[in-house]
Design a protein. Structure first.
Ligand SMILES: Nc1ncnc2c1ncn2[C@@H]1O[C@H](COP(=O)(O)OP(=O)(O)OP(=O)(O)O)[C@@H](O)[C@H]1O
Ligand SMILES: Nc1ncnc2c1ncn2[C@@H]1O[C@H](COP(=O)(O)OP(=O)(O)OP(=O)(O)O)[C@@H](O)[C@H]1O
Ligand SMILES: [Mg+2]
Ligand SMILES: [Mg+2]
Lengths: 225, 225
């Protein structure tokens, strides 16, 4: 469902070249749940942003459901993100002026699926334990509550591919398990494809396989082409 | 070194009353390392903000090194924070326009201890693995690198009391251990007092005792007066 071929991305800072991604090959099948683990600073979020079409690689290609994204223009990329992808950001990226419910429903509004979204919201809020916090703005919520709003927002349209960047970092173990069960159930029952970055081995074990990342590359033994 | 007596704090949202803290009693001795664990939304960050004099309780009192903070004015609170406390925020709160080094040195500048701070910065950056990222701005850093900048900033003046709100949530286990060792060493060698909120039991085990939190209260069995 989502594939990366020889992805590379570097940053230039003054006269320093930082190779954030150095030739990444990754293939995730439909209805597969993959976990990515690796040291802080090794390139995981950079990879996730390229997979999520939020950023452009310097070289290499991303395929979504078999379709190459290399030559798509901005409108086409926006449509693809809107229709196929759900992204859970490591730092949440909630809109401060909107309350939790409004933040969560944003993708449903954009995709013109607001009514379905509102039904879905009830179910998700229950599963994630945030039903009584939907009127709060982000600055009136705890760190873990904000994280769960970001999670619900990514899932509101039941997208084909979910990219989760460290979705349980601010959650206690009971709440983490609830979140991971929602993801696992989505894969098993509704054929979601999930790519999850995590630093927590217990979380990674909910996935079908674990990919190890280091210095902008996937370990040779975990590569798939 | 830091004490809370019967602390309470509520929030009013429309006609809903939220009791974030409901009579918290806590006493941490000098050179003690205490971990606080509890469910997401249970009031831990609220407690940390009161202990750090960043917010005012509705009732109850905070004591820093035996001194009551209840009747201090704003200037006195600012001076106490500057001279005695180091705070690691759950969401980092870095200044976007400053690079890592400038962010870290901010408390040293404020306390007029810039030279000592620059020496200290070299050591801390080494211990936290961020030496080659000091020129980067926050948006040019990974989540875990930002977290380590926030940690270094809290420690730059060797404060008497360090309040760490989930300091390892974005770090892989190896880097987490490095951070926890810095805190542990600070307590053992330099007599720091550390209060750390964490969702990670492995991290909590670096502390001398673990306090369990729930629904705005400390478990009866973990209370100390
Ligand atoms: N805009 C930028 N300019 C320069 N360097 C950058 C920029 N963005 C990221 N980097 C660097 O690229 C590397 C990879 O960053 P990335 O955010 O992908 O790491 P990560 O694996 O997600 O880490 P973490 O586990 O801490 O979240 C880091 O070393 C980071 O400092
Ligand atoms: N400004 C506010 N207005 C209303 N409610 C608030 C406000 N700030 C926090 N709350 C509520 O107070 C409760 C405690 O929040 P707090 O941030 O202390 O939780 P926490 O234990 O740190 O959680 P986490 O582990 O998720 O970080 C939460 O239920 C939160 O929704
Ligand atoms: Mg990251
Ligand atoms: Mg918190």
């Amino acid at each position: 469902a989502i594939k990366a071929i020889n992805l590379s991305k570097h940053y230039q800072l003054g006269d320093e070249l930082i190779k954030a991604l150095d030739g990444v090959n990754l293939s995730v099948a439909k209805s597969e749940f993959v976990a990515i683990m690796g040291p802080s600073g090794s390139g995981k979020s950079t990879l996730m942003h390229l997979l999520g079409l939020l950023d452009l690689a310097d070289s290499g290609e991303v395929f979504i459901e078999g379709q190459s994204t290399k030559s798509l223009n901005d409108d086409e990329l926006t449509a693809l993100r809107r229709d196929k992808l759900g992204f859970i950001f490591q730092n949440f990226e909630l809109i401060p002026s909107l309350n939790a419910s409004e933040n969560i429903l944003l993708p449903a509004e954009v995709a013109k699926k607001k009514q379905a979204g509102e039904e879905r919201l009830k179910v998700l809020a229950e599963q994630l334990g945030i039903t009584n916090r939907l009127e709060h703005k982000p600055n009136q919520l705890s760190g873990g509550q904000r994280q769960r709003i970001a999670i619900a927002r990514a899932l509101i349209n039941d997208p084909a591919v979910i990219l989760a960047d460290e979705p349980t970092g601010n959650l206690d173990s009971k709440t983490s398990t609830e979140v991971l069960k929602v993801l696992r159930q989505g894969v098993d029952k509704y054929n979601w494809t999930v790519v999850m970055v995590t630093h927590d081995l217990a979380a990674a074990k909910f996935a079908d396989r674990i990919i190890n990342f280091r210095d902008g590359k996937i370990y040779k033994k975990d590569e798939q082409k």
